[in-house]
Design a binder for this molecule. Structure first.
Ligand SMILES: C[S@@+](CC[C@H](N)C(=O)[O-])C[C@H]1O[C@@H](n2cnc3c(N)ncnc32)[C@H](O)[C@@H]1O
Length: 249
């Protein structure tokens, strides 16, 4: 578990391959100084991904519309997307709807089959348990011949919906820090227990906290040395085994 300091395009390949890659790049949607699109990380991420792995990318629709050719040229296929709904919102413009969501899009390698991708579909308790138990008639003949009685038991769990509510951290280390709960859902879905996550744009190291709490190995990378040192301090305070740079253990 570590946070590398520097450009992910130079540093991450050394630590590959990853079971899952997280990418939360600057969207390039605003005039803010730090909000500049990063080029050419897409192709590198493909090279760093295991054939069974996938890449989850945070971004606005505007960002994805602009970057779609880059994902395609890199050899990435779209898998699905979720919407992160943040009740407290982040929009600053007075002439638009108040923005209370972000997209998170999953891609996988074009040379891989979706059925081979690690995919632990998350389930959550149902709001209402089904009252009925369906039975198939024992004498019914199915495609593959006569089948026995079948009972359907409602275990009270349902597949998680693609719109996920989570509050943005307030007073965190990074202005666009992502919530631990949301990161945990993505990690559980796409990284096997004990697997390794590459976080190309680590910011506050929030994904490092989420990954380590649930038993995944984390390698983050952050280009801003001040932000990286804050993220390192955050993880070192939580996890005594955190691999601090300069630590000779
Ligand atoms: C949107 S923020 C990530 C926030 C992070 N996911 C969190 O929860 O705190 C993007 C980060 O990428 C960093 N960054 C920009 N270009 C980079 C590059 N080439 N390599 C590594 N990090 C980079 C920025 O300094 C910024 O902290």
């Amino acid at each position: 578990m570590t946070i590398l300091v520097g450009d992910c395009r130079q540093l991450m390949p050394e630590h590959a391959p990853f079971d899952m890659i997280l990418a939360d790049p600057p969207y390039g949607d605003t005039a803010l100084k730090w909000d500049r699109r990063v080029e050419a990380w897409h192709r590198l991420s493909v090279q760093c991904l295991k054939p069974t792995g996938s890449l989850w990318v945070f971004g606005s629709l505007r960002y994805f519309m602009a970057d779609t050719p880059r994902f395609e040229d890199a050899g990435l296929k779209y898998a699905q997307e979720i919407v992160w709904r943040k009740p407290n919102g982040s929009g600053m413009a007075a002439d638009r709807f108040k923005r209370v969501h972000e997209h998170v899009v999953q891609f996988y390698r074009r040379d891989a089959k979706w059925s081979d991708i690690y995919n632990d579909v998350q389930r959550v308790p149902a709001l209402h348990k089904s009252k009925s138990v369906r039975r198939q008639r024992p004498d019914r003949v199915g495609h593959a011949g006569r089948i026995g009685a079948h009972e359907y038991h409602d275990d009270g769990m349902r597949i998680m919906k693609s719109v996920i509510d989570a509050k943005s951290p307030r007073g965190g280390i990074h202005p666009t820090e992502k919530p631990i709960g949301l990161l945990e859902v993505l990690i559980r879905t796409s990284c096997p227990p004990g697997g390794t996550i590459g976080d190309f744009f680590a910011g506050s190291g929030a994904a490092g906290e989420a990954a380590t709490m649930i038993g995944r190995v984390y390698v983050g990378c952050e280009i801003d040395p001040l932000m990286a040192s804050r993220a390192q301090a955050r993880l070192a305070a939580l996890f005594p085994f955190f691999d601090q740079p300069g630590d000779e253990r």
